[in-house]
Design a binder for this molecule. Structure first.
Ligand SMILES: Nc1ncnc2c1ncn2[C@@H]1O[C@H](COP(=O)(O)OP(=O)(O)OP(=O)(O)O)[C@@H](O)[C@H]1O
Ligand SMILES: [Mg+2]
Length: 247
């Protein structure tokens, strides 16, 4: 019997720092709860700290996203398996790479994904920043998402301006021939006026932008959490009805 195809998605956001890692870890948690062996991938991580035990060894530097995805994965993965590129400088990846004399090769990222597909039954790929962040002179993260051909989950950071960012991102996803499978509202600004009406406006318009017959599932709204951990965020999200098939 053929093994079941790996369930996977590409998690993008309306911006950097909007909750992609939190939602990616919550999704890994949900998939693990379903009994799937789930693994997280961060194709490029920019911004790493040197732990005391690293003793100057650059390969030992740790990135917060990579550590969180590693911990949320249901199998033991090395930092290298979760991210083939951990850059030290916390700036746009192509600039960090240039500074550090690294060429970000999309094929290396695709291979890292394929490697995880050989180990896990479900893979969550967390994008970098927003959807169109450059990786090198010629390619950006939307090209990587297209190369992987995965359904996309959009994390919308709820704050003023997020409707526009959500709709632009949805158009960029469609322009790459990809499918927006689900979206999550994450409360970045807990005091945002008209929060629920913003969610409603985004939900209606994302569905209007989708091709006829395609459902953009609203997985839920994560409130501002006192402890922003995967298990807590997962309780606010319902992924039922999401079509995880690759495009
Ligand atoms: N709902 C929430 N409640 C409380 N804190 C949150 C919430 N969502 C995110 N955070 C915190 O905000 C920060 C940014 O979140 P997160 O790292 O998930 O964003 P990101 O989109 O993955 O950022 P990056 O672009 O750097 O990958 C983190 O410190 C996280 O713990
Ligand atoms: Mg992140």
């Amino acid at each position: 019997m053929m093994p079941a195809p790996v369930r996977a998605c590409f998690v993008t956001g309306t911006d950097t720092e909007v909750g992609k890692t939190l939602v990616s870890c919550a999704l890994l948690h949900a998939w693990a709860q379903e009994g799937l062996v789930a693994a997280g991938l961060k194709p490029v991580a920019a911004g790493a700290q040197e732990p005391p035990e690293a003793q100057g060894l650059y390969s030992q530097w740790v990135n917060e996203d990579v550590e969180q995805l590693r911990q949320a994965s249901s199998l033991t993965l090395s930092s290298q398996q979760v991210s083939p590129y951990v850059l030290r400088t916390p700036v746009a990846p192509h600039l960090a790479a240039r500074r550090e004399g690294v060429h970000l090769d999309m094929q290396v990222m695709v291979q890292a994904y394929q490697h995880l597909c050989g180990l896990a039954q479900a893979v969550v790929v967390e994008g970098v920043g927003g959807f169109c962040v450059p990786l090198n002179e010629h390619q950006d993260t939307s090209d990587l998402a297209a190369q992987l051909g995965l359904p996309v989950v959009l994390v919308v950071g709820l704050r003023l301006g997020c409707i526009n960012h959500a709709l632009l991102t949805s158009q960029a996803i469609a322009a790459k021939g990809l499918r927006l499978a689900a979206w999550v509202a994450n409360t970045v600004d807990a005091h945002m006026p008209e929060l629920q009406n913003n969610v409603q406006a985004i939900h209606e318009r994302l569905q209007l932008l989708a091709p006829v017959g395609q459902q953009v599932v609203y997985a839920g709204c994560v409130p501002r959490l006192s402890e922003p951990v995967a298990e807590a965020a997962a309780t606010y999200l319902d992924w039922r009805g999401v079509d995880w098939r690759a495009t």
